[in-house]
Design a protein around this ligand. Structure first.
Ligand code: ATP
Ligand code: MG
Length: 746
């Protein structure tokens, strides 16, 4: 029972209150994840069967860590808990029940590239303009439709959606969606959203034989990071927990102030709905932060106060004042990299921090490069999470393509990838012809070859025979042996071996590493797992659902972590560097015109700084290469939201720092300055924002002179559309509350 004594009173109540729904909405570092984990351990101790417990986490890695902690309390049976991400758990269930939603059990999971390629094909077939209908834009619409349970038929009938697409000059999206949906079905493939959508359909349409079965299986449902669930995920949770006569044993934990995925459709409304849907819910409030020292906690509170829409709560800590926040100011992104690396060295020397205690968090993956370079120069071990992962490399995807087609012959995206890889003299004209027949006949490309719709002779015949051989092998050999056969007989290994360049050797190593991974998967015959599926299909499904966090190879366990602010959710380090604290970067340039998006950026900043236990450093560069251009950005507005008392005094606040032209600062002590000027700063006096009106000529420090074309929004959220006379993006939307504009008097 020792784990119960490591909880405070409220945490312990939330852990031991096992009848009926429980909700913990509380700030960062208050022990929500700890409560969830120990609640599971407690349930098992009280006699619940581990396989009756479903825990939905943000990453698979988080699920693994949770299981380890549970096992420390209840022993190896803790392995049998169903813990994982929504997508990975649902994929497992769908594999068992696939036929009920008209998919083959070995359905493929289409990754982003597959989806994009399919949309590209459809756009081409429909003879639409691929620029107007770019795959990312189209997929965003499809994804949002799916996440709101809008099927293609409903989409076409929905005036709002159709009207919106028309306004955006993409009136055919409904049709692309319908074809995309149909083609995925035909290919026996689900994209990431389908894993949710089909799971919903499965439960909704099969009440007795499926829904009630899983309701009985999952007697206890727990969800971490609930604030980032979308409408559809919540709908599924509700279906899973509404067994008649059950106690609704569901426990959700989350923090509305840390919701950072609304751009993907996550909605904090779910928290409010939860209280209505489960009226007898016990709500527990945790306010003590066990992670961070006081300057960090107070700074975090100050930042988040600037968001209006949130459930009121404040976090406090008993860990003492701790260290003040360090501000690192650089003139360029390169210097930022250098200064961060040298600060890390200083921390390591002075305070004996280890690499694993340190993280660098950035808003966009593109920022990682300079840090990587400087860490390497300083010989510091680091690991980048995200970016191009192992499984996205060409040689790896090629082998996976063969395996995919082998388990699911209808997988057209795999078919297209490997039909002539390695080169076997099957030209694009042939492949296009096969694709055309497949679309016209409504069958897969494989079926075109095997049902005589296109003559499978010569090279095509050999290809068919080869795949048939692989398919036959799956019935007698394990996943690893099949993969080995594929790598050898397809000619992929042979081709890689012939390339003696350094890159070529690297590619061969990757291909071998993939096979090692499959071997490990096969041999890791863990009979304790809830489903112990070691098939090739299960393997492919597993790796298709690896998240950024899961794809690291841990050969050097003591490394500095580099990742985006989004990926850092739920994690903690002794020292955290949040870098690139600049306007247009953090907050991101895309959020500038929308108050809601700015709030989301602020929540993301809140998440970032609350990852730090002892040391927090914030850095920015006054200039950097961004979007292929050399740009000057102001320091982030978020920096202004933290009181000076929380910053190290040895480094002056940026407003007092000597910038490029120190004498300017003497003119205006303490004022925020802008660093590119088309305007002489000495003459620039921003006008009060209330005085700005449509039609006025104005001057902006950075963008020069322009005219206010339009002002929309209300009160604090007014946004002006300004047409600037010069510059690359002549029209900009600027929030009046933050705008520094000077009215030009005629
Ligand atoms: P986030 O919102 O960032 O996900 P969280 O609320 O899930 O945070 P945890 O990660 O569970 O917080 O806990 C934060 C840290 O505080 C962890 O290191 C955890 O072990 C520790 N902690 C939580 N509760 C206690 C406690 N009662 N006593 C001591 N340490 C605790
Ligand atoms: Mg947590």
């Amino acid at each position: 029972m020792t784990y119960l004594t490591s909880l405070n009173d409220v945490q312990r109540q939330a852990v031991t209150d096992t009848d009926g729904p429980v909700m913990v909405i509380a700030g960062p570092g208050s022990g929500k994840t700890r409560v969830l984990t120990y609640r599971i351990a407690y349930l098992i101790e009280q006699g619940a069967a581990p396989q009756q417990i479903l825990a939905l986490t943000f990453t698979n890695k988080a699920a693994r860590e949770m299981k380890e902690r549970i096992q420390a309390v209840v022993g190896s049976k803790g392995q049998r808990v169903w813990a994982g991400t929504f997508h990975s758990i649902f994929a497992r269930i769908l594999r068992v029940e696939a036929a009920k939603v008209d998919f083959p059990p070995a359905f493929t999971i289409y990754d982003r590239d597959d989806s994009k390629s399919l949309v590209g094909d459809i756009v081409k077939e429909m003879r639409l303009d691929p620029k107007q209908y770019n795959a990312n834009g189209v997929l965003a619409r499809i994804s949002s439709a799916k996440s709101n349970l809008i099927t293609p038929e409903l989409y076409a009938k929905n005036d709002d959606l159709v009207q919106y697409d028309r306004m955006n000059k993409r009136p055919q999206i409904y049709d692309i969606y319908a074809r995309y949906y149909q083609r995925c079905m035909q290919a026996g493939a689900m994209d990431f959203d389908d894993l949710l959508l089909q799971m919903f359909r499965l439960l909704q349409e099969n009440r007795e034989n499926v829904r009630e079965k899983y309701q009985r299986i999952f007697k206890y449902v727990l969800v971490d990071e609930f604030q980032d669930t979308n409408y559809l995920q919540y709908a599924i949770i509700k279906l899973l927990t509404s067994y008649p006569g059950s106690e609704h044993n569901i426990c959700i934990v989350g923090d509305d102030a840390q919701s950072i995925y609304s751009f993907r459709g996550a909605t904090i409304e779910n928290i409010l709905k939860f209280e209505q849907d489960f009226p007898n819910v016990s709500v527990y409030k945790l306010e003590q932060n066990y992670r961070s020292t006081e300057h960090i906690v107070k700074a975090a509170n100050m930042v988040i106060q600037n968001n209006n829409k949130q459930i009121q709560k404040e976090i406090w800590t008993e860990l003492g004042d701790g260290h003040k926040i360090k501000m690192i100011k650089a003139v360029s992104d390169v210097e930022e990299g250098r200064l961060v690396a040298s600060t890390i060295i200083e921390y390591k020397n002075r305070i004996h921090l280890e690499n694993k205690d340190i993280a660098i968090l950035y808003r966009t993956n593109a920022q990682s490069r300079v840090f990587e370079e400087h860490l390497r120069k300083q010989n510091l071990a680091y690991k980048i999470f995200g970016g191009l992962s192992f499984y996205q490399r060409k040689e790896v995807k090629d082998i996976l393509g063969y395996l995919r087609l082998t388990v699911n012959e209808r997988d057209d995206e795999a078919f297209k990838r490997i039909i002539n890889t390695p080169k076997r003299g099957i030209g694009k004209t042939t492949t296009d012809k096969i694709a055309e027949i497949a679309v016209a006949q409504g069958v897969s490309m494989w079926a075109v070859l095997t049902s005589g719709l296109y003559p499978a002779t010569g090279k095509l015949g050999s290809f068919v025979n080869m795949i048939e051989k692989f398919k036959a092998a799956t019935t007698t050999l394990n996943a690893y042996d099949v993969a080995m056969m594929v790598a050898m007989d397809s000619g992929i290994f042979e081709q890689l071996r012939q390339d003696h360049s350094i890159e070529g050797i690297g590619r061969l190593e990757n291909a071998s590493a993939l096979l090692d991974g499959i071997k490990e998967f096969v041999e890791n015959d863990n009979a304790d797992e809830a489903t112990n599926d070691r098939s090739l299909a299960a393997y492919l499904s597993d790796i298709a659902l690896l998240t950024d966090m899961d794809t690291s190879t841990e050969d050097e366990p003591n490394f500095i972590s580099l990742m985006t602010t989004h990926t850092a959710k739920g994690l903690e380090w002794k020292a955290v560097f949040v870098v690139g604290m600049e306007e247009n970067l953090f907050p991101s340039y895309m959020s500038m015109s929308s108050p809601d998006q700015l709030d989301e950026e602020r929540r993301l900043f809140y998440v970032s700084i609350t990852r730090a236990k002892m040391f927090l450093a914030l850095s920015y560069a006054t200039s950097r290469y961004q979007f292929g251009q050399f740009r000057y950005n102001d320091p982030s507005r978020f920096l202004d939201e933290i009181d000076e008392v929380h910053f190290e005094s040895t480094v002056e606040r940026r407003s007092k720092l000597p910038f490029k032209e120190p004498k300017l600062l003497a003119d205006r002590p303490g004022r925020k300055q802008t660093y590119v000027s088309r305007v002489n700063p000495a003459d620039f006096k921003p006008s009060p924002s209330e005085e700005l009106a449509e039609g006025m000529q104005v001057i902006h420090m950075q963008f020069g002179s322009g005219k206010i074309m339009n002002i929309d929004g209300a009160r604090d959220n007014k946004v002006a559309t300004i047409h600037f006379d010069q510059g690359d993006e002549s029209e900009r939307r600027i929030m009046l509350r933050f705008a520094k504009l000077q009215i030009v008097e005629d």
